[in-house]
Design a protein around this ligand. Structure first.
Ligand SMILES: Nc1ncnc2c1ncn2[C@@H]1O[C@H](COP(=O)(O)OP(=O)(O)OP(=O)(O)O)[C@@H](O)[C@H]1O
Length: 598
């Protein structure tokens, strides 16, 4: 009789074998495996291991896997392989594959991923991305041919039908694969009617794929609406709930502080260099984002803001610059939270309806930074304000620790936010009577260190008035609208030029006070100095001390900053060799001096 220990050993061996499985073993075309290798992807992630063969077999699939688990290539790679096989087999009047995503940012991201795979495979497939703001003539031009793959938000479909650039009969004849990416978000972004209207045109033979990070009633609704007897993949299938929602490689911390002290605490974390760069900071309102940016700027900490108010070109450019390592701090206003808040407010206060409608018009409803965006090399996520829901927390934290990378999150929790914090903890399975907590108090920041900066922080916080915030917000918007026009024209000619505009320009008209730039040694207690040293050493060990070079930026980024490559022995060695101490601000200065401006 087999002993239980033998069973366990065997299971572990099988799991190890699976872990070692290559892309070739999944039956992929050599052109695709080579392209993936060139992109630094050597073996499939768990969701890819199961999804790719099923999709290649032509099955409808619903795949639910945690944030950053590689769902995008999980559907893109088999989709391309199917199109390779199908290529030129018959004349088409509409695209063979539709990929529907909730936001324009995701459109752009998926478009970039498919285009680069197609380029690396050297195949003649055409892909287009459409947005609902495109004029009919542009839509017609983009769909002429037709392309093989169309990526858009669902809102674009009715526009294509009404402009006569897509015909139901052509779709019925041509559509082979339909993907709904970030399916759990599509309905909450208000696309239900668009998707419902489109289902009537989906031919029966069309293979449908639904990808999502969480399961929800919305996903169920879409499943019923679109899929026929699908394979349901949920990864991990078993195990602890905490494993399912937050990737294991993310360390979660929290700091208890009053709402008023949040500026002081974030200043201490950044100025005393107690967190790994790059840092993504979440606020719940655009004004708070600007307040924080202005405040940090006074201490020589430059950051950029990302929110729904900015023009689309600027948003995409900010994301690209951040991903390429051009700046270290990005303050993102969590759009879904803002929307939810507005909806609640709207219900509660009918009197304000008119003015809020106005506010809504200004915000782009197809904007989304929290879900699905593959931020590169974000080592730390800071919740400057707590999100409004546990799901919001999961999606924010999911912007770090992507694929096999590690990450840290720190939530600043005020007494008023304790309720939502408790909700988050129970959602993650972090119960009080458990020995180990999932979200632990941040250990590196001492009370002394915080107090040493209090006087300066409070003084500066007072100077960041509501008027200053409003003015900077208006000024930034004006600049970005101008930038947006320049960007549009420039990128038509130089699609790969990233280093064009600075999004982290100083907003304040007053020059930076030198005494606020550096923290004098007498203000640093020994424990904090030690903690800061540890963080710097860790950064050096990860090969993360060098600023991105101006020239060949993208190539350098890929080679030296790819999260997956920072784990290689070579990267660590490099980091140790180059472990020279260098202040952050000096680094920023040099980096920005090197940049050209227009
Ligand atoms: N097989 C692989 N090996 C290593 N890295 C991979 C692999 N597949 C994808 N990645 C990388 O993992 C990161 C996250 O992938 P992706 O954006 O597809 O995640 P996701 O599951 O869609 O997350 P979310 O739900 O947040 O959108 C990307 O940077 C991607 O390049």
């Amino acid at each position: 009789m087999k002993k239980p220990a033998e069973d366990t050993d065997r299971k572990e061996e099988e799991e190890e074998e699976e872990d070692e499985q290559s892309f070739e073993e999944l039956g992929l075309d050599p052109r695709l495996t080579r392209a993936l290798m060139k992109k630094g992807l050597h073996k499939p992630t768990p969701i890819q291991r199961v999804a790719i063969p099923l999709i290649l077999e032509g099955k409808d699939v619903v795949a639910r896997a945690k944030t950053g688990s590689g769902k995008t290539f999980g559907y893109l790679v088999p989709l391309l392989q199917k199109l390779f096989a199908d290529f030129g087999s018959r004349t088409k009047l509409a695209p063979s594959a539709f990929i529907l995503v909730p936001t324009r940012e995701l459109c752009q991201q998926v478009y970039a991923e498919v285009s680069s795979l197609i380029e690396l495979c050297r195949v003649h497939l055409k892909v287009v991305q459409l947005t609902s703001s495109m004029p009919a003539s542009d839509l017609r031009a983009a769909l002429a041919g037709p392309p093989d793959i169309m990526i858009s938000t669902p809102a674009c479909l009715p526009k294509c039908f009404s402009a006569g650039v897509l015909q139901p009969t052509s779709i019925n004849d041509s559509l082979e694969i339909l993907v709904l990416d970030e399916a759990d978000l599509l309905l909450s972004y208000g696309y239900e009617e668009d998707i419902k209207a489109f289902t009537a045109h989906i031919p029966k033979r069309c293979q449908c794929l639904l990808m999502s990070a969480t399961s929800s009633a919305d996903v169920e609704k879409l499943k019923k609406l679109i899929l026929h007897n699908p394979f349901i993949l949920t990864l991990p299938e078993v195990g602890d709930i905490k494993d399912e929602v937050i990737p294991k490689n993310v360390q979660q911390f929290w700091i208890s502080c009053s709402a008023r002290d949040k500026l002081l605490y974030i200043l201490s974390l950044l100025k005393l260099e107690l967190v790994q760069k790059r840092v993504l900071i979440f606020t719940n309102t655009i004004d708070m984002g600007f307040r924080l940016r202005l405040f940090l700027e006074k201490f020589g900490i430059k950051s950029a803001v990302l929110n729904a108010e900015l023009p689309q070109n600027s948003r995409l450019h900010i994301l690209e610059e951040f991903n390429a390592g051009l700046f270290d701090y990005l303050i993102a206003t969590d759009d879904s939270e803002t929307k939810q808040k507005e909806e609640v407010n709207e219900e509660n206060n009918a009197k304000l309806r008119k003015s809020r409608k106005h506010a809504k018009q200004k915000l782009d409803s197809e904007f989304g930074v929290v879900r699905g965006i593959d931020f590169k090399n974000v080592h730390t996520v800071i919740n400057f304000e707590m999100p409004q829901s546990a799901a919001g927390y999961v999606h924010r934290i999911g912007r770090t620790g992507r694929a096999y990378n590690t990450g840290t999150s720190i939530s600043l929790v005020s007494p008023k936010e304790m309720e939502i914090f408790e909700e988050v903890k129970s959602f993650l399975g972090d119960e009080e009577n458990k020995d180990t907590s999932l979200i632990t108090p941040f250990p590196l920041l001492t009370e002394n260190a915080v107090e040493s900066l209090r006087y300066r922080a409070e003084d500066i916080a007072k100077s960041v008035t509501k008027i200053a915030v409003r003015e900077s917000r208006a000024q930034d918007l004006r600049n970005e609208i101008l930038n947006s026009e320049k960007l549009k024209a420039h990128f038509e000619v130089n699609p790969k030029d990233l280093d064009l505009l600075k999004h982290d320009k100083v907003l304040s008209k007053k020059p930076l006070e030198p005494h606020l730039r550096d923290v004098p040694d007498y203000l640093m207690d020994p424990k904090t100095q030690e903690a800061s040293k540890i963080v710097k050493l860790a950064r050096a060990a990860m090969g993360n001390t060098q600023p991105a070079r101006h020239k060949n930026l993208k190539r350098n980024f890929r080679k030296s900053r790819d999260p997956l490559k920072t784990f290689s022995a070579e990267a660590s060695k490099k980091g140790r060799k180059g472990g020279k101490k260098r202040g952050n601000d000096g680094e920023d200065e040099k980096k920005h001096k090197r940049k050209k401006s227009i």
